[in-house]
Each structure stands twice: as structure tokens, then as C-alpha cells.
Design a protein around this ligand. Sequence first.
Ligand code: NAP
Length: 262
Amino acid sequence: MDLGIAGRWALVCAASKGLGRASAAALAREGVNLVVNARDPDTLVDTAAWLRTLDTSIEVIAVPGDITTASVRETALAAAPQLDILINNAGGPPPGDFRDWTAQDWQRAVNANMITPIELIKACVDDMAARGFGRVVNITSSSVKAPIEALGLSNGARAGLTGFVAGIARQARLAGNNVTINNLLPGSFDTGRLRGNLASEAKGSGKSVEQTAEDRQAKIPAGRFGDPDEFGAFCAFLCSAHAGYLTGQNVLLDGGAYPGTF
Ligand code: NAP
């Protein structure tokens, strides 16, 4: 299927690895020009070079820096001639026990996983509406639907973003001008972050990392972790010309792990 977005411009935040990188790759394969961001400049430059090989006709601009800072957001937004697609993403907060978290830990999590995407949405959706096309996808987490005990910072901060999106996505000024805002909720995808979480879980339980990974996969009806490319392909579809009637939704990609009817 031709997604109908060749030649458009996307900003993909936190895109040098994992789900952000896979989303950028899926958009690149559709001929979308990219602004990609991540903190480590060397990894980001390598990723940008790889993305250019996926479609030699596209432009890929790398903007290194921490997307949770206002100046990096400004630079990233200014790098594209116009923004048609925004993929909000940032590192997830660390696991732990809520008794140990300070107000500063909460502020960091809320800044990364709620305020940063809100600031980026605010900066671009009205221009998208004026041009009659816009797609915003926020990479959140299955923890929004089914909280994960050790990820309280993520459960809380991402729930705030989810509530905000539910309210604004339905504004006639946005939805009525072909601007959609949706959240994509990953379950367990095989990325560096997942491997890091498995390692810390293994340390706590005394099991090996391999055993911890096997046990986790056994609890997923699909019997495996998700492939980041599966995530990227779905993200690109949400950004497509065909997805204009889907807005304000939370789409769970978790191999069937969530047991509810809805
Ligand atoms: P990952 O493999 O660790 O990749 C994270 C990417 O984000 C890297 O490119 C990293 O590059 C970049 N990054 C992190 N913090 C950043 C910041 N402040 N500013 C700019 N770039 C930043 O992680 P992932 O698995 O793709 O996860 C992506 C998001 O999905 C996270 O929020 C995670 O919590 C959430 N999630 C993932 C899963 C899963 O199973 N993988 C499940 C649920 C939720 P630098 O370090 O160089 O900045």
C-alpha cells in the first residue's frame, strides 16, 4: 500500500535507536523527509546516514540534543521547511519504588513524557491545520492502560499526556482540518531499553537475563517480544493519508498481553 505521504516532512524525536529509529525508517521507506533527534551525536549521525540509504531521494537532517530542553526543541522544529508529521518520543523514566522518588525525579519524568510532547504539539498543530494535513503520534506505553508496578514514573507522567491528547485531538479546529493526534502504546519490544529493564529485573530476582526474557515472553500470547520494525510500520500507517479518520485513540501493540475486551 502506498501510504500517500512521500515528500512530506516529519520530526522524529529520540530516533537514533529502538522504536524511534524504526518509526523514522518506516517513514523514510515511504519517501518522507526527516528531522531526527537524539542526545548522542555520533549514534544519531550514523542513524541519519543509514536512513538516507533507505530512500536516496529524501532529506535527513540530524539535530542532536536533549529533546526535553526548550532550545533543542526549537532547533528541531526550525530544521524542517514545514512539519507535516510529528513523532513524539523520549527515553522512558527509570524503574524503582515510589518511596525513593523525589519531586525532582517526578519533574524529570513529567518533563520528558508529558510536557515535552505537549510543547511540540503546541508548536506545530495549528500550522498543520492551516495546511489541511497533520499527523501526530505520541509513543507512550502499555503502562498507560495496565500500570507496571516498577514503572510508576512512567505510569503517572504518560497518563497525564494521554488525558491531554484525549481533550485536544477532538477540537474541530484540528480534527476538522485533517490533523490527527494518536498515542501508540508499545508492550514489550526488543530494544536496548527492554534489554536494560530485563537486566535490572534479573538482578533483583537472582534469575539470569535469558531466563527473565523467556519468562516474560511466555506471558505474552504472541509468545515473543515485538520487533521494532513492526512498531515502525504501524506508526507510519498512522501517519498515512489513509488514517485521517482515526484521532484521539490509544493503540496498543502488545502481542495480546493486555487481557481486556477493549
Ligand atoms: P531505546 O531503544 O533505549 O531508544 C531510546 C532512544 O531515545 C535513543 O535513540 C536515545 O538516544 C533517545 N533518547 C532518550 N532520551 C532522549 C532525550 N531526552 N532526548 C532525545 N533523545 C533521547 O528505547 P525504546 O525501547 O525505543 O523506547 C522508546 C520509548 O518507548 C521510551 O519512552 C520507552 O519507555 C517507551 N516504551 C518502550 C517499550 C519497549 O518495549 N521497548 C515498552 C513501553 C514503552 P540517546 O540516548 O542518544 O539520546
